[in-house]
Design a protein around this ligand. Structure first.
Ligand SMILES: [Zn+2]
Length: 205
């Protein structure tokens, strides 16, 4: 797809993320692959207010050419594209997932897996310790996790997901938010899927 088509895809995704209530204010940033480059949302802007030409074109090393100032979290995005199958990166501070990220959590599994959808597309969600947003430390740590899976929770910060297309990256972010919402609704009651049930689901799909 060419630059203009990819800008349209990014814009559609930004609007969808807003419509689904996954971001507020100028929080969150999204990027997609565009040929050998990356298109990323600009810094300090509400994703719902962007137009096609606001996306910033950058090289995979995070250096920018053309107009615009990219998201401060661009280095975290760039690390995710080290995986050649990744075509889209979504980073949001969605409410329930971020609330979860403020609790003391098992770094290997942030929450029980309640739904089959979450079992299939997320599984055991790991948590990175708090690292300053926009820092090289956060970018490196996130890149390490994303090398082996499609999502990670960032302590006291938010969620990072990747996909082989825009829809997949968004779906994963939604599944995490929904599972986190169920976690708070249940408030310690109920139970998630068992290890066997989760394994059966991942085998079946
Ligand atoms: Zn952030």
């Amino acid at each position: 797809m060419n630059d203009s088509e990819q800008r349209q895809t990014l814009l559609r995704l930004c609007r969808e993320v807003c419509a689904k209530g996954l971001v507020c204010g100028s929080g969150g940033n999204i990027s997609i692959r565009c040929g050998g480059d990356i298109l990323i949302t600009p810094t300090g802007r509400n994703l719902g207010a962007l137009s096609e030409n606001d996306a910033v074109r950058m090289r995979p090393d995070g250096s920018v050419y053309g107009a615009g100032i990219p998201s401060r979290e661009r280095h975290m995005h760039c690390r995710c594209y080290a995986r050649t199958d990744v075509a889209c990166v979504v980073h949001v501070h969605s409410t329930y997932a971020t609330a979860l990220a403020c609790l003391p959590l098992d770094p290997l599994c942030a929450m029980p897996v309640y739904t089959p959808g979450c079992a299939i597309s997320v599984g055991k969600l790991p948590v990175l310790p708090y690292l300053r947003p926009g820092s090289e430390e956060l970018a490196a740590a996130a890149g390490e996790v994303i090398a082996g899976r499609n999502s990670v929770l960032l302590a006291r910060h938010g969620v990072l997901t990747v996909g082989s297309n825009a829809e997949q990256a968004l779906n994963i972010a939604e599944e995490i938010e929904e599972n986190a919402r169920i976690f708070f609704i249940l408030a310690g009651r109920g139970a998630g899927l068992t290890e066997e049930e989760q394994a059966e689901l991942t085998r079946a799909y």
